[in-house]
Design a protein around this ligand. Structure first.
Ligand code: ZN
Ligand code: ZN
Length: 410
């Protein structure tokens, strides 16, 4: 059989609801997008319920589903993916926490949850904490993220995520002592409390903080920790489907999803994860990557940002920028590639948050049964030949279209 390559485009939060400002159309219906529509007209279309009908997905759970995993079985929280996203090489069984650099006074009271919105020097501070030995065979892996954000991973024997947050979540409150929330959480609580003590000692005398205090800025003398999550067992996607897989994304969480699924993360200059992201550069990078990889997954975050900010017209313009990206793919993609374009969930402008409304999907490539749909939007897709599928159905469908599916039975 003639096996093909796969390009999966995930437009974050692209789905929407009718918006009064747009004449009761969705941004996809209101936008001019001849190239997206060309793919719809020459492909097979349908609707995707990322997790299940009516379920409001997170970006993490929906990406797991679109990668072909059962999110209900494998998802343990976003902490492990954020840790992988800032570059911590997480391993199954590690315990990951979301972290903030913060300022605390002598009485252990949090006076600034973001340490004066610290931007510089966090890499050096993180380095001073990375590799700490907490006793009992427990070791620290620590990396800085953007601004005051960071991630902590504890690795060692007997650790579980059953532990309370040291982060008091309120300014003016004292940093809390971690407690086991189940009998098997004792070792983790002990390690966390050791980390809180050691990290404070190291941070308060660190040259970065001494310089900050001299300049009248809040020192980053504490790390607030929350949301313990165990790194789940994920069979690497490439191994699972027998393909060499790579991912392209601007935002750290999605990069972490790719890494946790054992995929290579490709850096693209200008891919920011914001509204200013260079989508055409992403499309070019994807075409290039398909020379080396069998499966390339691209996340474009911008539509989700517009949804969360409640910006209808900006979301329309974002669709039009996505269309420019599709023009490049239409021109440059080889006939040996199957292309799928969809969203990880809807982020309706009217809600400013994710909703459980299904999202459109189009699959394009040699051999697909082209249906009558001619436009790429939420309502047109409902009449397509793929019908209505779950997020985790998409990868098997793509494997079949690319002549890579294994036969079930004789
Ligand atoms: Zn998302
Ligand atoms: Zn979102």
């Amino acid at each position: 059989m003639d096996r093909r390559k796969i390009l999966l485009l995930i437009f974050d939060g692209l789905g929407d609801r009718p918006i009064a400002e747009l004449g009761r159309q969705t941004p996809l219906q209101a936008a001019r997008k001849e190239h997206l529509d060309w793919f719809a007209a020459n492909g097979i279309n349908g609707l995707v319920d990322p997790i299940a009908p009516g379920v409001r997905p997170g970006s993490d759970t929906s990406h797991l589903a679109l990668f072909g995993y059962d999110p209900i079985q494998v998802y343990t929280g976003r902490g492990p993916f954020e840790a992988a996203g800032v570059g911590i090489p997480v391993k199954e069984g590690d315990i990951a926490f979301r972290a903030n650099f913060a300022t605390m006074d002598a009485g252990m009271r949090v006076t600034d949850r973001r340490a004066g919105r610290i931007r510089e020097g966090t890499g050096d501070l993180a380095k001073a904490l990375d590799g700490l030995d907490l006793g009992g065979g427990v070791r620290v892996l620590f990396r800085a993220g953007t601004e005051h954000r960071a991630a902590l991973v504890l690795r060692g024997p007997g650790l579980t995520p059953h532990v309370s947050d040291p982060d008091p979540h309120d300014e003016g409150a004292k940093v809390l002592s971690a407690k086991a929330t189940a009998p098997d959480g004792a070792a983790t609580a002990k390690a966390l409390n050791a980390f809180m003590e050691k990290s404070h000692k190291i941070l308060k005398s660190h040259p970065v903080n001494i310089a900050r205090e001299k300049a009248g800025k809040h020192p980053a003398n504490a790390v607030l920790l929350r949301g313990a999550g165990i790194v789940p067992h994920l069979e690497p996607l490439g191994t699972r489907i027998g393909m060499k897989a790579a991912g392209i994304a601007g935002v750290a969480l999605i990069k972490g999803m790719f890494r946790a699924a054992g995929m290579e993360v490709l850096e693209v200059e200008g891919a920011t994860g914001g509204l200013d992201t260079d989508m055409v550069a992403k499309a070019r990078a994807a075409v290039d990557a398909l020379k080396k990889y069998d499966l390339v997954i691209v996340n474009v975050k911008a539509p989700d940002v517009c949804g969360h900010d409640g910006l209808a017209n900006e979301k329309v313009r974002t669709v039009e920028r996505i269309d420019a990206m599709m023009a490049v793919l239409k021109a440059d993609l080889g006939p040996d590639t199957v292309l799928a374009a969809t969203a990880d969930h809807s982020t309706p402008v009217s809600l400013k948050d994710h909703s459980g409304d299904p999202v459109p999907v189009v699959v394009f490539g040699e051999g697909v049964r082209v249906d009558d749909v001619t436009r790429f939007d939420e309502l047109s897709a409902a009449r397509g030949g793929l019908g209505r599928i779950l997020g985790r159905d998409l990868m098997p469908i793509l494997l079949n279209v690319s002549n890579r599916a294994e036969k079930f039975g004789a």
